[in-house]
Write a protein that binds this ligand. Structure first.
Ligand code: SAM
Length: 268
């Protein structure tokens, strides 16, 4: 049988469908998620239910967002899950996660994400960070390395700065392609993102931080002075205590926030 067929469903590449089939990895992921009824449990891309089923065993209700209508139909008629799930058929990138809020409860969000949309999806979820207690995602291993990178390393970039602005980032587990059907072409890893209740470096305007990061990392081989020349003068770099001759990967998240706050507060 084709390695694209799992439980009678042919995996759709355009939906990034790689179904988890390794029981021991599934149970480690569920342990990391730590499902409970004190939080609104939210899964992105439940697929055929590999993580959904064991999570649903521990909770009364689980909200899921799934794009593939065929998989939604299967979930709706699933003998055990149909009574536990609140199913939202649609694109998680466009989904308003605030509608899942319940009084006095934060969300625990998780998913084995479609890799083709994982970065924009995390940026989308960061907008709801204040409502979220924990996020656990299966991602391309390279993306987990970028999320958790330290300044001065090759993996450190815009995604690192934005993720570490919002969240504490903890790599949890590496996962080989053989844990999935069909196996993806890349190694995978699970990451835990814990949104800060009190941000260590509060920013006046996150759009400005995003703009500074995009501009700074535009050309990684150039200096901050060069990349940010339309935004920050040498004197301003000096006042901020930042060496303008460094490359974009050499300054910290705190320093990126300091640049963004300086630009927000600068008289026009
Ligand atoms: N959770 C299942 C598992 O671990 O076996 C499936 C994971 S599979 C990598 C990704 C899932 O996300 C699929 O079910 C796919 O249909 C769904 N998906 C793809 N794009 C989506 C989107 N934009 N919004 C919501 N779900 C999406």
């Amino acid at each position: 049988m084709s390695n694209k067929v799992h439980l009678g469903h042919t995996a759709r590449k355009r939906f990034g469908q790689n179904f988890l089939t390794n029981e021991s990895i599934i149970s480690r992921i569920v342990g990391a998620i730590s499902p409970d009824n004190d939080h609104v449990m939210v899964e992105i891309g439940p697929g055929l239910g590999a993580i959904t089923e064991p999570v649903a065993e521990s909770v009364d209700n689980l909200c899921v967002v799934e794009l593939d209508r065929d998989l939604v139909e299967r979930l709706e008629s699933h003998p055990f899950l149909k009574d536990k799930l609140t199913i939202h058929q649609g694109d998680a990138l466009q989904f308003d996660f605030a509608q899942l809020k319940q009084p006095g409860k934060e969300m625990k969000v998780f998913g084995n994400l479609p890799y083709n949309i994982s970065t924009p999806l995390m940026f989308h979820l960061f907008e709801y960070a204040e409502e979220i207690a924990t996020m656990h995602f299966m991602l391309q291993k390279e993306v987990v390395l970028r999320l958790s990178a330290s300044p001065g390393t090759k993996a450190y970039g815009k995604l690192t700065v934005m993720a570490q602005y919002y969240c504490q980032v903890v790599p949890v587990l590496e996962v080989p392609p053989t844990a999935f059907t069909p196996p993806p072409k890349v190694d995978s890893a699970v990451v835990r993102l814990l949104p800060y209740k009190d941000k260590p470096w509060p920013c006046d305007d996150v759009d400005m931080l995003r703009h500074v990061c995009s501009t700074a990392f535009n050309m990684r081989r150039k200096t901050l002075r060069n990349n940010l020349k339309t935004l920050v003068t040498d004197d301003e770099f000096a006042n901020l205590g930042i060496d303008a001759s460094l490359r974009p990967e050499q300054i910290t998240v705190e320093q990126y926030v300091a640049i963004a706050n300086h630009l927000c507060r600068k008289p026009t």
